[in-house]
Design a protein around this ligand. Sequence first.
Ligand code: 13P
Length: 216
Amino acid sequence: MVETGRRMNASGINQGTSGNISIRNPHGFLVTPTSLPYDRMQPEDLVQMSFDGTYEGSRRPSSEWRFHRDILQRRPDVEVVLHCHSVYATTLACHHKTIPSFHYMTAVAGGTTIRCARYATFGTQALSDNALEALEDRMACLLGQHGQISLGRSLAAALALAIEVETLARLYVQALALGEPPILSDAEMARVIRQMKNMSYGQAPDLDDAERPKAD
Ligand code: 13P
């Protein structure tokens, strides 16, 4: 988790002590501590939390522990929650824009759109409720006037998706500069989603070499 936090900042999708990461474990979940720079963070700084909101250790959990807890509790398909303030995703989120299927890769988040959650103050139950709503049937969402959340079955997958969401957001901002781009039809996006599932497209970090599908 510490390594993933450092990679998140080094990749350019996060800055300073913004963002946070959690992973499910047998006792509940581990979450990054609040307000500690990733380059100073050590594994013993991670905070063990229970789903009832109690925690152990000397560090205080991320201010966003509620959405980490609620997502891990409500989404058995998810092992990792990663939140960051990537610049282009946040730019769109400042305008409460959903990313539409202007590009086929929008489907990497599991549907035809990457929704933007309604604004609520950071660290609140209201923000968690809004995020869960925007994440319905999705692996990523934007957070209004705040940032983005990407989910995964592994740390590597969640980080890869967050980088992909940021790339899509950047492309969308640039495409909008030339006018409203055309949107792929729902029928075409259904084909893309089917094709991605068949090929485990964009999911390489989740797969061992032995599991990776062979090319025809
Ligand atoms: P924490 O340092 O409390 O995790 O907060 C960072 C953040 O991004 C809040 O949304």
